[in-house]
Write a protein that binds this ligand. Structure first.
Ligand code: NI
Length: 160
């Protein structure tokens, strides 16, 4: 277990397409453990592998319910919408308003490479969308309505 360096905006790794995980290895198990450590150390609610410099399709999330890891995640359906502030550990201290689906269904693999399908709503749905975007080289800032603002008054806001 180890905390890895979170890559920040300006680092090319955040703009790249990530590759699917075909086979679980000890190295990938270690990566997943480190991603959780790194996310918790930064008080984040989600983290995608490219944020620690690894171009693989792996995300971890914990919005205060259960820790979740999803490998090769796919957004299979969405409904409704929610508009609210979003932040990212790769752009510390900034937030912006983003509209996301209110509910999503995501599919992928768990850390034993077994298929999983989850329904999520609210913050967890937002978080899944945000993290999956990272795997295709996209940042929430591409979707922000209006200007980014500073976190000063909103230190408790979730960053992912
Ligand atoms: Ni992010």
């Amino acid at each position: 277990m180890a905390i890895r360096t979170v890559r920040e905006v300006g680092d090319d790794v955040l703009t790249k397409q990530c590759r699917e995980v075909k086979k679980m290895t000890p190295r990938i198990q270690q990566l997943i453990d480190d991603m959780f450590d790194t996310m918790y150390a930064s008080n984040g609610v989600g983290l995608a592998a490219p944020q620690v410099g690894v171009l693989r399709r792996i995300i971890v999330l914990d919005v205060g319910e259960d820790p979740r890891v999803l490998i090769n995640p796919v957004l299979v359906s969405s409904e409704g919408s929610q508009t609210g502030d979003e932040g990212c550990l790769s752009l510390p201290g900034k937030f912006g308003t983003v509209t996301r689906p209110m509910k999503v269904t995501v599919e992928g693999l768990d850390r034993d490479m077994q298929p999983v399908s989850w329904e999520a709503e609210g913050l967890l749905a937002r978080c899944f969308c945000h993290e999956i975007d990272h795997l295709d080289g996209h940042m929430y800032t591409e979707l922000v309505e209006g200007d980014l603002h500073d976190a000063a008054a909103e230190e408790e806001m979730a960053e992912s």
